[in-house]
Design a protein around this ligand. Structure first.
Ligand SMILES: *Cc1c(COP(=O)(O)O)cnc(C)c1O
Length: 395
């Protein structure tokens, strides 16, 4: 189908939450390259919002997917599932966690994390149910997670929202202390706010939040839906901060495009869910867990994770060189291969995204007029060079 025909169908039949979208429909991919319906080639620096960590057609991933496709897709968690048990083991063995629960989306994992925190206190007859989150955060689109997301633009059309979420300013420790009350159950935050503008939070602040959670006896929960699975150069971004979370949620890259998310928790919180407390139809099915296992293998045993830190240094250096040259670049920030470039107000980020798309480069955007780069982790330095040349040209 031609792009114009797809646009026409979309405009007539699809609920208009995304439109006008970027004017392209991708049809296939290989490595870090995407091809649109007219056969034009693009180099991908967004990976479908940091999802396709292995890019497209990654051999061992494809092999695992084909094999599982031919065997079995879904059984429901009424029954034992080998892939589910094995992926849970793999995540536990490579993290702070002691138990895992699988779901299908980031928002669903975050909802589950909040339920876990509440259940933990409920079981002890303690009246703690509020969750403190940060302004400029992003935690998903369900009603509760819209409230957890500390951005007015996501909340306003849906009022009233669940009241048990309190948004405070990131970095403001006194405000956080003041927000903690007798009903506080947990603090949920991203150590680097992705959607909010690719903003890494201060190390001292994160350490202080951890200490505060321990002191108050509440859960320290980190949303790694975007930063997890190698994106920042370590398997999980919390590892950069020298902290031990109580709960971590992951999703985006866990399935490399197959929908799967997870709640990771350590004891005693991990055992707060008891039979009947929580559930899901699709979460952790044989197919999505096969995807998760293949992603873990590629990251840990096929060298994908090892390359991230080095490529990040290279990429950041090149972006900073552009910053020296172009006064319209305000700041370059981020970790690993989740990098942001904040532009001055006179240069709307969406114009740059569109201009790069025309030149065959796919990049994302985030709040604060920020370009968001989240390439497949297999991106090459040659591809980084090519993007930076195109960006230089566009700016
Ligand atoms: C994308 C994202 C979510 C929401 O994930 P969905 O799969 O869209 O529900 C939650 N938290 C963070 C940090 C995200 O980046």
């Amino acid at each position: 189908m031609k792009l114009e025909e797809i646009v026409k169908l979309d405009e007539q039949y699809y609920m208009n939450t995304f439109g006008p979208r970027l004017p392209v429909a991708f049809d296939s991919g290989k490595g870090s390259k995407l091809y649109d319906v007219d056969g034009k080639e693009y180099t991908d620096f967004f990976a479908g919002i940091a999802v396709c960590a292995l890019g497209y057609g990654y051999p061992s991933f494809m092999q695992a997917m084909h094999a599982q496709l031919d065997k079995l897709l879904h059984t429901s968690s009424v029954y034992y599932i080998e892939n589910q048990a094995r992926l849970a083991q793999k995540l536990v063995e490579n993290s702070f966690a002691q138990r895992v629960f699988f779901a299908s989306t980031g928002a669903e994992a975050n909802e589950g994390a909040v339920k876990l925190a509440r259940k933990y206190f409920y079981a002890q007859h303690i009246d703690r149910y509020e969750v403190i989150t940060l302004n400029n955060s992003f935690h998903g689109r369900t009603l509760a997670m819209v409230k957890a997301t500390g951005q007015e633009k996501y909340q306003k059309p849906y009022l009233p929202l669940p009241a048990e979420f309190i948004n405070v300013e990131p970095g403001d420790l006194p405000a956080l202390k003041e927000a903690i009350g007798p009903h506080t159950a947990a603090i949920l935050l991203e150590v680097m706010q992705g959607e909010g503008g690719v903003i890494p939070l201060d190390r001292a602040y994160i350490k202080a939040v951890e200490a505060l959670c321990r002191q108050e006896g509440i859960l320290f929960m980190i949303d790694e839906v975007q930063t997890g699975m190698g994106r920042t150069g370590k398997l999980f971004a919390y590892e950069h901060y020298d902290v031990t979370p109580d709960v971590v949620t992951i999703a985006k890259a866990l399935g490399n495009g197959i929908p799967i998310s997870a709640i990771l928790a350590r004891e005693p919180f991990a055992s707060a869910f008891t039979p009947g407390d929580h559930g899901t139809t699709f979460g952790g099915n044989p197919f999505s867990c096969a995807a998760g296992l293949a992603v873990m293998d590629a990251l840990l045993h096929e060298g994908v994770l090892d390359g991230v830190a080095e490529k990040s240094v290279y990429f950041v250096e090149k972006l900073n060189a552009l910053r020296q040259k172009h006064t319209c670049i305000k700041e370059v920030r981020g970790m690993g291969l989740l990098l942001g470039m904040e532009l001055c107000e006179e240069l709307p980020v969406k114009n740059v995204v569109l201009a790069l798309l025309k030149k065959g480069f796919v990049v994302g955007s985030a709040s604060h007029n920020t370009l968001r780069f989240a390439p497949p982790l297999i991106v090459s330095t040659r591809e980084i060079d090519a993007l930076c040349d195109a960006l230089d040209n566009v700016l």
